[in-house]
Design a binder for this molecule. Sequence first.
Ligand code: Q9C
Ligand code: ZN
Length: 352
Amino acid sequence: MKIFRNALYRRHDARLEMYRGRLVPCHETPARLDHVLAELARRPVGALHDPVPDDAGLDAALAAIHAPRYLDFLAGAWDEWVALDPANAGTDILPAVWPVRGFRADVLPESFAARIGLFSFDAGSPVMAGTWAAAREGAACARSAALAVAAAERAAFALTRPPGHHAGPDFFGGYCFLNNAALAAQTLRDHGAARVAVLDVDYHHGNGTQTIFYGRDDVLTVSLHGDPRTEYPFFLGHADERGEGAGLGANLNLPLPRGTSATTWFEALEAGLAAVAAHRAEAPLVVALGVDTFEGDPISGFHLRADDYLRLGERLARTGLPVVLTMEGGYAVAEVGVNVVNVLEGFMAAAG
Ligand code: Q9C
Ligand code: ZN
């Protein structure tokens, strides 16, 4: 397995997120990836690579899944913020006002506070000086992983943070800024795959990926996640969301209640993989790999154990499909390395 590692992952290192009326330390920290790299040093499952340097190709791929005005805003947000007041350099940016139903999203406000609200959906995803650099290099990793699989590699992993699956066409949130899994799927489409499937196994619904591909039938999106009636991101991820227009039937949500056991979770995984097989058996598979399904995760509610991630990797290999994995959530920081590398090791063991 080829592993594309984001060498800039430490540059996104925000301090505080809004949670239950308080500013609390960010859950999504550089230490998460430190642990994956440390575990990969103990159990090497594939060589580490830097992404291919190709700014023009990356910009084109990003523009295929994100809106130009969103990318422009995000790329310049920090400089704008500091230009407003030099004292802002010591504080991360958090939105506090959003355009809900009945408000206009077509008029781009001049106000910075208004624009960061327009382009986001929560106050839990701070933007700081290195956010754009880290997210963009992560997107380069996702693209490189997809290019490797398009060039006949059986599997590749985009080892990156910040994660991506909550980021939509023109919004960030849920610790995500650029949608790495969507970018991988789009890159596979642009390099020879007629159809692609995205399987999202993060605890949280992959709302950004769903929204990006909702009207398309060339990319099947499947997500297993905590039921949005009680779980973040709350406003999307129900079972009756099946896609729209040409994309009708090309989205499958498998919401599961908080407290779901590994046994029930693996049954839902089979349903998700059956949909992937029905979509087009030979299509490459993008796996949005969150390990916040772990029993010890501090913000989630499923009960997978470390061994279950070995089984997940084995099961993914047994699909026989070429696979691109992107790193998503997982906040039991000390266990993230073992759990992620278990998936990769299980995959390699079963892929032979
Ligand atoms: N105390 C991903 O796993 N905040 N994002 C929930 C936290 C948002 C998770 C409350 C969780 C987003 C990629
Ligand atoms: Zn998650």
